[in-house]
Design a protein around this ligand. Structure first.
Ligand code: FNR
Length: 190
């Protein structure tokens, strides 16, 4: 059975390095998993009053896209040593209404990319704090802090061959195994 992975990219800009990384991971994914980006740029700021009045259609669309997926992969930059607000907003939208979180129990993995040397470590771990609360089994190894990301893609946006590409491949292969193990009908599930 093919496992569908919802990919959430924490940057909205057209030339986002994180989006390029997400597309590269989709290309490198092994047989048995399929990655598709779920867009978050059109989600209004979470507001409980809007929920009570009847949620915006984009919130409902986003929640459904996550709910029907078998796992969630986050690929995100670091903003001020934390997650970009747009990504935190998507998490908040998907986690509600109370008791009906779209994320609950779904296997997750996090990759952070930065043009700097630290590879988005701060964003990566702030994000993990929310995912623990959302009851998502998160891949722990390999960790994916991708630094100096500006030099990893060619003029067509493709990941250049080399160590990083090899790492991306093993990262997504390990996540595929993690999904089999911890996903809905995996060996670790009840
Ligand atoms: C950044 N950037 C950044 N980089 C980093 O390594 N640590 C940080 O804390 C921050 N903070 C930060 C705040 C804000 C508001 C912006 C706009 C940017 C730089 C950031 O990593 C860089 O712009 C990446 O290229 C963004 O990822 P995308 O858009 O290329 O995917």
């Amino acid at each position: 059975k093919t496992r569908n992975v919802a990919v959430i990219v924490g940057s909205l800009r057209k030339d986002s390095l994180n989006r390029k990384a997400a597309l590269a991971l989709a290309d490198l994914a092994p047989e048995g998993i399929e990655l598709s980006i779920v867009e978050i740029g059109d989600l209004p700021h979470y507001d409980e009053d809007a929920e009570a009045a009847g949620p915006p259609s984009s919130w409902t669309r986003f929640r459904e896209q996550v709910k029907v997926s078998d796992a969630v992969l986050f690929v995100t930059p670091e903003y001020n040593r934390s997650v970009p607000g747009v990504l935190k907003n998507a998490i908040d939208v998907g986690s509600r209404p109370y008791g009906a979180s779209a994320f609950s129990g779904k296997p997750a993995a996090v990759m952070s990319l930065s043009q700097g040397a630290i590879g988005g470590f701060g964003a990566n771990h702030h994000l993990r704090q929310s995912l623990v609360f959302l009851d998502m089994p998160i891949l722990q190894q390999p960790e994916a802090y991708v630094g100096n990301a500006g030099s990893l893609f060619d003029e067509n946006g493709a990941l250049v061959p080399g160590d990083t590409r090899d790492f991306f491949k093993s990262f997504i292969e390990t996540f595929a195994k993690w999904i089999e193990r911890t996903g809905a009908d995996g060996e670790d599930s009840q």
